[in-house]
Design a protein around this ligand. Structure first.
Ligand code: ZN
Length: 279
């Protein structure tokens, strides 16, 4: 009787262990296989060298302790349950299946100036133009491996988490695609990881913003700044000051909003703030 169960347990452990090992040594398990989280999958050295494409998008590949992995950013809107992605590398295709765990997101109500919930025609034209500019940078790719061991960009309290369903003046808006960290006006904002500044500007919703390419499709944007202290094209190291906290754009108080995209999907920045530091 017990032997039968023991056999089953050993068999299951053998099945599960390789996945748990790879995953638990790099990322926190709560961020694996969830909407706005990541899929981690071991790949060959050749696939790492030659690169991997999925759905016409280049995918982040990393090297850890002489093993190679793809790190795929799972879209927020994905349904729970069995899912798969097709990857291609070196002219061969492969399907990776995984189970998406459900993640419950809370609702959050926010009051903002009417200017932002009912923009004028002139502002609508501006919003469209600015949205297109931001979109044109989303597929930015540089071949360096990103430093995934992120630090907090601001020493403050997190007042908004990733994924909440947002209501602006009672009107349903988009989900919150990043995290908010509160601070005082002009508190410094640090680069959470090294990278190149690909764009800065002052847009209708974003206010003053800084957009950073960390490498291999991992990008950060910081919005609502009071001041931008870097220029487009500059390379910043982790911890360098990139700007100062403000209330510019659609902001309710002094804070920085930080969004992160991986393979062009919005990912919870907490994924990279909670990496196992022993790696
Ligand atoms: Zn925010």
């Amino acid at each position: 009787m017990y032997k039968k169960y023991l056999k089953k347990i050993v068999f299951l452990a053998v099945l599960i262990l390789p996945i748990v090992n790879a995953a638990s040594t790099i990322f926190k398990s709560e961020f694996l296989n969830v909407p706005g989280g990541i899929l981690l999958h071991e790949v060959s050295k050749n696939q790492y060298i030659h690169g991997i494409i999925s759905n016409n998008k280049k995918i982040l590949t990393i090297r850890k302790n002489d093993k190679f992995y793809l790190v795929y950013g799972i879209p927020y809107g994905i349904a729970g349950g069995p899912q798969s992605i097709n990857i291609s590398s070196l002219k061969s295709d492969k399907k990776i299946s995984f189970i998406v765990k459900e993640r419950v997101f809370k609702k959050q109500h926010i009051t903002v100036s009417k200017k932002y919930t009912k923009p004028s025609d002139k502002n609508i034209a501006r919003i469209i133009k600015e949205r297109d500019i931001i979109s044109s940078y989303r597929d930015t790719w540089s071949s360096n491996d990103p430093d995934m061991n992120f630090i907090y960009p601001v020493k403050g309290i997190t007042t908004g988490i990733f994924g909440t369903e947002r209501y602006y003046n009672g009107q349903k808006g988009r989900y919150h695609n990043g995290i908010d960290i509160a601070g005082n006006i002009n508190d410094p904002i640090f680069a959470p990881s090294s990278g190149r500044i690909i764009l800065t500007g002052d847009f209708f919703y974003n206010g003053k913003f800084v957009y950073i390419d960390h490498g291999k499709g991992l990008l950060s944007i910081f919005i609502h700044l009071n001041e931008i202290t870097v220029k487009k094209g500059t390379y910043v190291n982790k911890g360098d000051v990139i700007g100062k906290i403000g209330v510019s754009g659609r902001s309710t108080g002094p804070h920085v909003h930080w969004s992160l995209t991986l393979n062009q999907n919005y990912i919870d920045p907490m994924v990279f703030l909670t990496i196992n530091k022993n790696n």
